[in-house]
Write a protein that binds this ligand. Sequence first.
Ligand code: CP
Ligand code: NVA
Length: 301
Amino acid sequence: MKHLLALKDLSAEEIYAVLNLADQLKYELKHGIAHEKLKGKTLAMIFTKSSTRTRVSFETGMYQLGGQALFLSASDIQIGRGEPIRDTARVLSRYVDGIMIRTFKQSDVEELAEYGTIPVINGLTDYAHPCQVLADLMTVRERKGSLKNLKLCFVGDGNNMANSLIAGAVKVGMKITVCCPKGYEPDAALVGWGKESGLLEITEDVLAGAKDADVVYTDVWASMGQEGEAEKRRKAFAGYQVNAAVMAAAKPDAMVLHCLPAHRGEEITEEVLEAHAEDIFDEAENRLHAQKAVLVMTMGR
Ligand code: CP
Ligand code: NVA
């Protein structure tokens, strides 16, 4: 695996290889077995948006793998003053062994990969959040034993999470239904590709979409960068909440996932979130293990 820009670029075999290595690294960590597979290596982490999980899990992950991570807030490095991505890519390639970037435009992440000579990992863009979905798939597989033929229902905005969940689910053979209001559908190209597989369905009807789901997933109504639309979105998404009625439509043993941070009372009720806190915080933990696998598979070559 050269880079991780979007899950759609990976084969099913590569996704399973990440999940298997993630399981192994998690086991080793829990049993005190050292795995310094990136000894002496440095990861540069560029952030144009806020983060708790991504920053802390990547930084800790690099440390556990025997390397180090540099936190580079975009406002502190020259990117914030307009230095081109392509120059940043060429400079960082002379110093460090990999770059993780969280930013707005997917094309910036692609440009970084094109002009640099080192692996680039997408830590979230407006288009995709592949690291999150690898952790999500890992969590589902831990609970359910396998991924194939399960049904995941995503309720809410057709955003970066919906896009990456479509890509990840279709690749591993999981059914996915996205319940969203008109005008807030996921990326059109991904929807076309997903529908061709026969695994993706898009609906405005949340209860129909959640019927018999094994996994119910939601995310905020207004993503980072959309704060100005929050009020308008609150109205548009009023019927798109994961609550007791939605959970009653899903399978009795359905798990609930949320990439976090969560807005209780908006996309999910306090009651559902707390009833499924074990799923959701295992999911957050698995960011660490899944990303360590990605780091080893990209930077460990
Ligand atoms: N889920 C996620 O990416 O969290 P952060 O924004 O805290 O990194
Ligand atoms: N859709 C959210 C995900 C946060 C992890 C955002 O982009 O803000």
